[in-house]
Design a protein around this ligand. Structure first.
Ligand SMILES: Cc1ncc(COP(=O)(O)O)c(C=O)c1O
Length: 379
């Protein structure tokens, strides 16, 4: 590998996760995986191709930009754009055969006009607000909104969706239950108005793992397909409530290689701001990766893995470099492989451990690994 840093994607782990979800939801529920944010940092094109081969039915992305990249790489599957598509972008989204999530009249009107002009039947998914108060049509406005859509000959109301606010942060699922109730109410309100939408979906990873009764016709999973639990609370709830031994296998390993090994005397400062001073003769390895690559600058007490051993970070994370101590690791030399996230020997740095060091969540850790860094599929 000529690159200074790269991300390996395990095909075996991804297959394992997807196939487990396939079994969990059964054959009658569509499996939609979220490949937005560069597939949570795993490489959108590479991951999407593997996922579709492993049994995924639909892909969801945040933006037209991502949908375009998927189509340009030849991916034929249904694509649901869950984020905002600008009015100007709608024509392209339709031409790319994307499903758009709708929650405002201006978007519907534009889809109506463009689909009419293109003479193209266009499926849309209504997003209903059940308590996240992000995107979505208020429950009281839902029937009128759906009726407004019905006026457009070429728009097909294919989906009705919502999104949970508070499953991951707690083991108390009362707020999620309230949202489920509101979602069911939205379905019955539409039914009373004689509007039947065939694909209803609300379950993200946590809901799919914890609430098997609310899969409806499709689930939308992100983080868990990449082998990460949405949160510790979700993991605990799962263990308490279901005991099914479901195992998520992390898909991503982030690597670099050593650029220099050198020994500095006692009393020397390391890095910007002189935040670390050696208390003994210290062997350092310099790593050619930094916060530009997505390695959080806030980390000061983390470590990397070299030859199956922990090498603690010394001094500040730089834009393109990190200094680690290898005094106690024998035979370290230039271009030795370094694990930033992943496993080496008996040691593992999970995205969750990394997130703790950085004061954030696993989602942010992997999505922030710079898109420019190559994603390499390994067995
Ligand atoms: C609308 C929507 N659905 C599904 C997901 C997937 O969530 P998770 O990664 O927790 O499974 C996301 C992720 O943020 C989302 O925004």
């Amino acid at each position: 590998m000529s690159e200074l840093t790269w991300v390996e994607i395990s095909k075996k782990a991804l297959n394992h996760n997807i196939q487990q979800f396939r079994r969990l939801i059964g054959p009658n529920v569509l499996l939609c995986t979220c490949v937005k944010a560069n597939a949570y940092g795993h490489g959108m094109i590479e991951s999407s191709q593997l996922m579709l081969k492993a049994g995924v039915d639909w892909l969801s992305v945040n933006s037209l930009y991502e949908a375009r990249a998927l189509r340009q790489s030849g991916i034929p599957s249904p694509i649901l754009i869950v984020g905002y598509v600008s009015l100007e972008g709608i024509r392209e989204a339709l031409k790319l055969n994307c499903r758009i999530v709708v929650y405002n009249h201006e978007t519907v009107e534009r889809i109506g006009k463009v689909s009419e002009r293109l003479k193209k039947k266009t499926p849309v998914h209504i997003k209903v607000e059940t308590g996240t108060n992000r995107q979505g049509v208020l429950l009281n406005d839902l029937v009128d909104f759906a009726k407004a859509i019905q006026k457009y000959r070429y728009i097909e109301m294919e989906g009705l969706s919502t999104h949970f606010a508070n499953i991951e942060d707690t083991t108390d699922h009362s707020y999620a239950m309230l949202q489920i109730q509101r979602f069911k109410k939205s379905i019955s309100k539409l039914a009373n108005a004689n509007i039947h939408i065939p694909i209803q979906h609300c379950a993200n990873s946590a809901a799919t793992l914890l609430f098997p009764k609310i899969y409806f016709q499709m689930v939308r999973i992100g983080i868990s397909s990449y082998g990460m639990w949405p949160s510790n609370e979700t993991y605990v709830s799962y263990q308490q409530e279901r005991h099914q031994g479901y195992k998520l296998v992390p898909v991503l390993t982030w690597k670099t290689k050593i650029a220099q090994v050198k020994t500095v005397p006692v009393g020397e400062y390391i890095g910007y701001g002189c935040t670390y001073q050696t208390s003994h003769k210290t062997k350092l390895a310099i790593l050619p990766v930094g916060y530009y690559d997505g390695y959080d600058r806030g980390i000061s007490t983390g470590y990397v893995l070299i030859r199956g051993k922990r090498a603690p970070i010394r001094g500040r994370i730089c834009m393109n470099m990190i200094m680690v101590e290898v005094t106690d690791i024998p035979n370290v030399s230039i271009e030795d492989e370094v694990i930033l996230i992943g496993q080496s020997g008996n040691e593992t740095i999970s995205a969750e451990v990394f997130a703790q060091w950085a004061g954030t969540i696993n989602y942010e850790v992997t999505t922030r690994i710079n898109d420019r860094i190559p994603r390499v599929v390994v067995q």
